[in-house]
Ligand binder design. Sequence first.
Ligand code: FMN
Length: 190
Amino acid sequence: MLRELIVKTRTCRRFIQEEKVPAATLKELVDLARLSASSGNLQPLRYILSNSPENNQKIFPNLAWAGYLKEWPGPAEGERPPAYIIILSDRTVSKKIDCDHGIAAQSIMLGAREAGFAACTISAIRREELRETLSISDQFDILLVIAIGKCGEKIKLEEVKENGSIEYWRENDRHHVPKRALDDIIINVF
Ligand SMILES: Cc1cc2nc3c(=O)[nH]c(=O)nc-3n(C[C@H](O)[C@H](O)[C@H](O)COP(=O)(O)O)c2cc1C
């Protein structure tokens, strides 16, 4: 069921680093993104895949994790993502990207979950540093990084409480994610 898959597709930030993600799985995930909707059907997105410790080490320092968990510096050695998909756009195809990368990211997140993995979409990226480290040409804009691996943490969906805070939190090592109530997000204009 789609609902069940979406409910299970939670953002994971602590992984089992030693459990590799096969290159073939990463390619299958990009194939899901390839088949997804694209504004004007321009298909401007391009992808960089990484699943080796050497390459992952070049990506990890350029990512920022969990802005609301102020005390947490991000995943420690041993719980870092074993794989990444970097989503780029090709400026020679289109200079303005609609929301193709969000759709692609969700296809990848859902596909990863279905394949038994978990993921985190990351937009807080030190883009110029990452570009330099990976020698990414100016032809491409760096849009998102998706970290992927076996999930090493427990995550629970919550309702937004009376104080209205949408900040996720950790309690007893479990990650809690508040979601707004359905009635609070539908605007009745009729
Ligand atoms: C476009 C986008 C950008 C995001 N960027 C980051 C990020 O830079 N760092 C991070 O730790 N999480 C990032 N996230 C994950 C969100 O924090 C996460 O989706 C949110 O806390 C809700 O949790 P859920 O995905 O389990 O519903 C991003 C998510 C999206 C959709």
